[in-house]
Unconditional design. Structure first.
Length: 161
């Protein structure tokens, strides 16, 4: 299973103000790296560096080192073709261009999951599923077939004699 990471998940992994999200982000990132399933794009790496430094989440030197480490996992490069597909997706679904580019980068890398909190959890773009790792239900296995709750029988009325 190939997993693509949006910028916000990488940021939360180092944000001291968000301890619960930090632990969750670190766990899913470490697991993906250990299983050689960690995928990002050059856009995500640039956004991470910019946000982490601007918000003083990490020092610039450390942010640069993280970008270098994550770059070892062959990030999806921004290309003119990816941009054209991202614009088409943005126009078809009316969400922002940056999210559309991330979805298209994840699809180009043939990822199964896109971890983000910016898009609707459970939404699909072909084979790609959007997962918000910070929702409790995000860690429950998904089933292909929904289970309908049983209808409860109406209570029987007793006649009074």
């Amino acid at each position: 299973m190939r997993r693509f990471f949006d910028t916000n998940v990488l940021i939360y992994a180092y944000d001291c103000d968000e301890s619960l999200k930090r632990e969750t982000a670190r766990t899913v990132i470490a697991q993906a790296i250990a299983e050689d399933e960690f995928i990002v794009s050059t856009q995500v790496l640039a956004e991470f560096y910019s946000t982490a430094v601007r918000r003083k989440i990490v020092e610039p030197k450390y942010a640069r080192e993280l970008v270098r480490q994550w770059s070892d996992h062959h990030p999806v490069p921004q290309t003119a073709d990816l941009l054209a597909r991202g614009i088409a997706l943005q126009q078809a679904h009316s969400f922002n261009i940056w999210d559309a580019l991330i979805v298209e980068a994840a699809r180009e890398a043939r990822c199964d999951i896109l971890y983000t909190e910016d898009l609707q959890h459970g939404r699909r773009f072909g084979e790609l599923e959007i997962v918000n790792p910070f929702l409790a239900s995000a860690h429950e296995p998904r089933t292909r077939y929904g289970v309908k709750p049983r209808k409860r029988a109406a209570p029987q009325r007793r006649s009074v004699a």
